[in-house]
Design a protein around this ligand. Structure first.
Ligand code: AMP
Length: 379
């Protein structure tokens, strides 16, 4: 298949910050960008040539959108298989609708991991109050109950510490199909963002260390403080997963490092990931350029990291006492500001991020945290 060269048009389903950062890279490399989502003046739409405002389930709109682009990719993974199939008639969809289908549902994803022999936390499917009791006996306590569909950033999950809490937790999640999973007492959370090209080539950015706050990614440190053997194992897991899913594009594998040096796969995201944002400032090729190269059938770029880095998210909470003090953060050496063009800051909403570069990952982390603190420090 011939590559989709610069000058062509990339269609992005979804219009958030991931699409925005992809669009910035695509524009830099001479591509045109169209985006489709239900939102107007979106983070991606502000950069794109064309912003289509339509529901993802409006298949006529999806068809019209796909007929005017050379390749369709996405930044929002809860696009239905029907929409991916409708688009596929007009332009290649990368990664494929099948990859979306597997990864947008925790149960399908876990079954895929299990079948492939990829290690993950013990889990059971839950579809009824009786199944919940059976699942609890197999999984034990403490456990996490997660809805099977539409979960991200900790939405749709509850920690359950005893059998007394089981039924109310499930009702609280809407009593829908869910999984009950062991609560892992992890030592670290790490992720690997990797890419697979149209020709099957593979490139990865190496494991990074993540800390979450309220189930939302807070800080990423790159590289992760992992012994070499575990870092290699994390990369091997990612390689195996991208291969088994036949991904064309970028995919992030989130993992727990459990006691005893065991890596367990927690979640897959078939697109660039928040934990890979540091690659824009710290790597020879960013995760967004890599996504563009992969979905356009171009050679993957070198993922080499040029300098240790750390990334800190800026959530809407930072605006609770007014506009953050940008000058104060930008006074820090080698700190880069990224804002996503979102008009309304809400608590928990990802508004932007800071990346810091330094001689070591620890120094980069300290620097990015200090720069973020400075945004809201009282004079
Ligand atoms: P998820 O939506 O599955 O990515 O979960 C968001 C965050 O919740 C993870 O990054 C962990 O910090 C935490 N979490 C999710 N599942 C588990 C688990 N089984 N054990 C411990 N922590 C978990």
């Amino acid at each position: 298949m011939s590559p989709i060269p610069p000058g062509s048009t990339v269609g992005v389903l979804g219009s958030g910050q991931l699409g925005r950062m992809l669009a910035i890279e695509a524009r830099r490399m001479g591509y045109r960008v169209h985006t489709l989502s239900p939102d107007r003046d979106s983070p991606t739409g502000q950069i794109a040539d064309r912003e289509v405002v339509a529901d993802y389930e409006d298949l006529d709109a999806v068809r019209e959108f796909a007929s005017r682009v050379d390749v369709v990719t996405f930044e929002f993974e809860n696009v239905s298989s029907a929409a991916a199939d409708a688009a596929e008639v007009f332009a290649p969809v990368r990664p494929s609708g099948a990859v979306l289908h597997t990864t947008q549902n925790r149960l399908r994803e876990k079954r895929f991991l299990e079948r492939g022999g990829f290690p993950c936390a013990r889990f059971r499917e839950v579809g009824s109050p009786e199944e919940l009791e059976v699942a609890a006996r197999a999984v034990g306590f403490p456990a996490v109950l997660k809805t099977a569909g539409f979960g991200y950033d900790g939405k749709g999950q509850r920690v359950v510490r005893s059998s007394a809490e089981l039924q109310s937790a499930w009702r609280g999640l809407g009593g829908t199909v869910a999984i009950l999973e062991e609560l892992v007492e992890f030592e670290q959370e790490v992720s690997v963002v990797a890419a697979r090209g149209l020709d099957g080539s593979f490139a990865h950015f190496g494991p990074v260390g993540n800390t979450h706050r309220n189930h939302i990614l807070d800080v990423t440190v790159a590289p992760a403080p992992l012994p070499e053997a575990l870092a290699a194992e994390a990369v091997d897991l990612a390689r195996g997963i991208l291969e088994a899913l036949q991904v064309v594009g970028v995919l992030c594998v989130e993992m727990f490092l459990a006691p005893g040096g065991r890596l367990l796969v927690n979640e897959l995201a078939p697109r660039p990931h928040n934990s890979g944002h540091y690659t824009i400032d710290a790597c020879a090729t960013s995760q967004f350029e890599q996504q563009l190269r992969a979905v356009c059938g171009l050679p993957l770029g070198s993922p080499i990291q040029l300098c240790p880095a750390a990334m800190a998210n800026l959530l809407g909470d930072k605006w609770s006492h007014g506009e953050p003090n940008w000058e104060a953060a930008l006074r820090f050496d080698r700190v880069k500001l990224h804002l996503y063009g979102k008009a309304t800051p809400r608590p928990g909403r990802k508004m932007g991020h800071l990346t810091a570069l330094a001689e070591t990952a620890e120094a980069a982390e300290a620097r990015v945290r200090a720069a973020r603190e400075a945004l809201t420090a009282q004079p």
